[in-house]
Design a protein around this ligand. Structure first.
Ligand code: AMP
Length: 279
């Protein structure tokens, strides 16, 4: 496994590859877990060569406290990546990526950016668009892999690729969960034992939502979820929405042609957890 921190070194390596080799790319912010590894394994199956990046992108954090506290486990990450035969890892510094200007570029994602996470994390998707576009310019992958865990981000990246005519195929990957159903996340390690024990309630609720949505309206299901969290002593609901998968707009009336998904964000003390389920 080769590890490069400089844009020029990684590009020199990629340019030296035989013509016709397919490159799969998995961008991450490190603190890797089995969810990340599932993306890399899928990319390995579908490409001749896989490159992962580890970069905690400062421009997508709206709170400096979150950026400072973001877990950094680079040695363990590299050991994980080596164990699953990742070919190349790109680990740039912020200066290497942004030079002297650590700011994000403004993007228009046809309104996707104003829904859900966009309402609660100002500037987040401009930061995501900026870094993903930059990394695509550096790596020039044939395919790039993103988790459905961050479903809104996945749709936003698809929109960016479409609007900017970027020559890359975006592949969505299923949410990888702990045995008790909690969606794997780098933030889970920051939960207190008490909150960690409570957190599977989130996915349990989503599974019940899926059943209820068969017979009840979106408004009724939303009301039911809100009530469940009102009575919860450890988990605080930030939002719950049932939305159309394509435009991410909250729905009022179901229609047979559309695909729907339920989205949730919850605070366990200061730790913000998100999850979603296809309905
Ligand atoms: P992050 O390091 O949190 O930016 O995540 C890097 C990539 O891994 C993103 O595309 C995430 O959606 C994806 N990812 C994170 N957690 C999971 C998970 N539990 N299952 C599937 N994909 C995930």
């Amino acid at each position: 496994m080769l590890v490069f921190a400089k844009i020029k070194s990684v590009q020199d390596k990629l340019n030296s590859l035989k013509k016709g080799i397919t490159v799969g790319f998995v961008p991450t912010m490190g603190a890797l877990h089995k969810g990340h590894l599932s993306l890399i394994e899928k990319a390995k199956r579908e490409n001749d060569l896989v490159i992962a990046s580890i970069f905690v992108n400062p421009t997508q954090f709206d709170k400096n406290e979150d950026l400072v506290n973001y877990p950094k486990t680079i040695d363990q990450d590299l050991t994980f990546l080596k164990s699953i035969f990742c070919d190349i890892v790109f680990t740039p510094t912020a200066e290497e990526i942004y030079e002297n200007n650590i700011t994000s570029q403004p993007f228009l994602f046809d309104g996707l950016e104003f829904e859900m996470e966009g309402k609660f994390r100002t500037g987040h998707f401009d930061g995501v668009g900026t870094i993903v576009k930059r990394l695509f310019e550096v790596v020039k992958p044939h395919s790039a892999y993103f988790g459905e865990k961050d479903f809104q981000q996945l749709q936003i990246i698809r929109k960016m690729v479409e609007k900017h005519h970027l020559p890359v195929k975006i592949v969505g990957c299923p949410i990888y969960r702990e045995e008790d159903g909690l969606a794997m996340s780098s933030r889970n390690t920051r939960l207190s034992p008490e909150h960690r024990a409570a957190a599977p309630f989130i996915y349990k609720t989503l599974k019940e939502v899926k059943i209820k949505f068969g017979t009840k309206s979106a408004a009724e299901v939303c009301e039911w979820v809100n009530k469940k969290f009102e009575n919860h002593s450890l988990l605080k609901l930030e939002y719950f929405e049932i939305a159309d998968e394509n435009n991410l707009k909250s729905i009022s009336i179901k229609n047979a042609q559309s695909k729907y998904r339920a989205f949730i964000a919850v605070f366990a003390e200061k730790i913000r957890l998100i999850d979603n389920i296809s309905l």
